[in-house]
Design a protein around this ligand. Structure first.
Ligand SMILES: NC(=O)c1ccc[n+]([C@@H]2O[C@H](COP(=O)([O-])OP(=O)(O)OC[C@H]3O[C@@H](n4cnc5c(N)ncnc54)[C@H](OP(=O)(O)O)[C@@H]3O)[C@@H](O)[C@H]2O)c1
Length: 314
């Protein structure tokens, strides 16, 4: 029987919590993402070890989506099993997010931003995760073909139905984000958070004005793929390890690792080492220093990686 570490909120140099925009919610500065390493293809005991390690060190925020796996849905199933095995007594200490917006099931109703899709998807997610409600539900992407009012009203109604406490959006363009902010605020379901990709190699949310908008309007910002899927670590400095995401998966392509990028990564690695830090820690600290950033959403395939990433807040 799992008993969470007594020290999880009092560790010397331990987790730091940051207010999420203008809300009552505090999020850990390092949060855990379930995109990889928690699917049905991954050993359950390793996934379990990572989640226990995370929670034992103050990571209270877990980020899922309907289609994380592989196979689709299986990261949420793993989470449901973890709820039953370990986490149920700690439900009120956890801030659990899921999303819908990408391809999930066949036919015209299993993708994008319709009310039909979002409502059905969240019901499925709750069943897989063995939860009555999630803390945060996201529209996972902007849908140019569905009226924004339809997607946003579905989010409002989901909160009114008690299936999510807060709502967020991910990867929406600036103008649509402004519309979402106004629409939701007028219905007393404020936009809690924006999820976007910000890291030392990709500064798009800063360049497009999304981050300034969020900071100016009291909306939190959480950075996904803060380590550029592992590029901003020591993982690829001396070749491509066989057990790495680049070797195993389609999402991080070999072509990305150009000689120019490697030169840049080695330069940053030297700067990090000169400060007594790992490249991962250096890259995460850079994000956490940017205006308006609430948290970084890291992935990890081992507790060792997570431990290194947690040093970014120490
Ligand atoms: N909203 C969206 O559209 C969206 C899109 C993508 C992701 N996300 C969210 O963001 C989360 C994080 O994304 P991500 O997994 O791409 O994040 P990431 O933190 O940039 O990359 C994680 C991967 O980097 C490697 N790694 C992590 N720490 C390391 C360390 N200290 N040393 C060496 N290698 C390390 C591991 O890969 P190896 O397998 O090589 O060990 C790990 O799986 C996802 O789980 C998901 O919740 C959201």
């Amino acid at each position: 029987m799992y008993k969470a570490a007594e020290s999880r909120y009092q560790e010397e140099g331990g987790m730091v919590f940051e207010r999420c925009g203008r809300s009552g919610v505090l999020l850990p500065r390092v949060s855990l993402g379930f995109w990889h390493n928690f699917g049905s293809v991954d050993p359950y005991e390793r996934s379990r070890e990572i989640v226990r390690y995370a929670f034992d060190h103050g990571i209270t925020h877990m980020d899922l989506a309907n289609n994380y796996g592989p196979v689709y849905g299986s990261a949420e199933e793993t989470f449901g099993r973890l709820m039953d095995d370990d986490l149920r007594p700690y439900r009120d200490e956890l801030f659990i997010a899921t999303k819908a917006g990408y391809d999930m099931w066949p036919g015209p109703y299993g993708n994008w931003g319709s009310r039909k899709y979002l409502m059905a998807s969240l019901d499925q997610s709750l069943r897989r995760m063995h939860l009555d409600y999630v803390d945060l539900f996201y529209s996972h992407r902007y849908d140019p073909a569905t009226p924004l009012e339809e997607t946003l009203q579905a989010l409002v109604d989901i909160v009114r139905a008690g299936k999510a406490l807060y709502v967020g959006i991910s990867r929406w363009p600036l103008e649509a984000t402004k519309f979402a902010y106004d629409y939701l605020r007028q219905r007393d379901v404020p936009l809690l958070i924006y999820q976007g990709r910000l890291n030392m190699l990709d500064r798009e949310p800063q360049e497009t004005g999304i981050m300034d908008f969020c900071a100016d309007h009291g909306v939190g910002f959480i950075s996904f793929s803060p380590l550029a899927q592992g590029l901003l670590t020591d993982r690829y400095l001396n070749g491509i390890p066989q057990d790495s995401r680049m070797a195993k998966e389609k999402f991080l392509k070999h072509e990305m690792l150009t000689p120019e990028l490697l030169t840049q990564l080695r330069l940053w690695n030297d700067e990090a080492q000169a400060q007594g830090r790992s490249l991962a820690e250096y890259a995460l600290r850079w994000i956490l220093e940017q205006r308006g950033v609430t948290s970084v959403l890291v992935g990890a395939s081992s507790t060792g990686q997570l431990d290194k990433n947690l040093r970014a807040v120490r």
